[in-house]
Design a protein around this ligand. Sequence first.
Ligand code: IPM
Ligand code: MN
Length: 356
Amino acid sequence: MKSYNIALLPGDGTGPEVIREGVKVLDAACSAHDIKLNYTEYDFGGDRYLRTGETIPDSAVEDLKGFDAIFLGAIGHPDVKPGILEVGILLKVRFALDQYINLRPVKLYPNVDTPLKDKGPEHIDFVVVRENTGGIYAGEGKADDVGTEKEVAIQVMEYSRPVVDRCVRYAYNYTRKRNRKNMCTLVHKCNVLTHVGDLWVRSHKEIGDAEFPDIKQDYNHVDACTMWMVKTPEYYDVIVTANLFGDIITDLGAMIQGGMGIAAGGNINPEGVSMFEPIGGSAPKYTGTNTINPFASICAGGMMLETLGEDKAARAIDKAVYDALASGKIKSMSAGCMGISTQEAGDLIADLVVLS
Ligand code: IPM
Ligand code: MN
């Protein structure tokens, strides 16, 4: 039997509720595939910060490096000033563990409402590979003469060739493994960001030409990409893009796949420890109501198994999610409107996963 050590960070608000269902489904899938997950729980998040003034200590970040993967609920607390927990926990872990890929599938499951008219599951199924540790998120910044008429603020978008190359290479490999349309679209803004954009364009072309002749190369400006994601999402297979662009287009992606209730992501270090999360926030107003949608967390669990190399168990989770939605028992993806409780949704998928 294979076993993996998983760090659980349930976090704030409804995070613990969705993590509970995620773990329920993971355990069902794993026991059906002769895998054992050993969990160690950490309480980092808003409550702990308000109690102790600590976001996540360096020693805990070191501890996290010893796990096989990290499963995160949500970070964000109404009594904590925006930015403190996001930067102090989420970004700190991403950077410290060099999770340089943010993998965000945009997939519409059956019976899930999309705001796009005349589009169905056959049209919305692509993956965004977002660079996750560089660019404007990590560049230098400063503000001078704050509050005066002369105020100037600077935030630098900086990319080195190796940081771009490793992301682009990951995206091509992922495109090949996915084996759908075999097309890797670079999304950037090279018509304006002439230096950084040009670096991405050359990396994408040179790596594509040299190592991935079987993969079609494609390029969209980021503004046009948001247009095509709405008009012809069926065009896309794999998108690779810089950190900030990826952040923005994946929120759009989450909406067209049915909302934050179903949008999952992985912060991946292909050579190290990766962290998986539902990409919606902590939704504090639903805390303890047993009405939050656990699908995103369950899908994030499936991505975790895929990244650990447990493809069969991962596929079983994806199929169970598919079957649960195809059953028509879930009325809506929105919190409070599912028609069944958080716990019942988890039970339903856990039962189906054993049959998959
Ligand atoms: C995300 C979030 C984070 C980001 C924030 C909370 C720092 O929006 O995971 O997409 O910008 O990366
Ligand atoms: Mn975001």
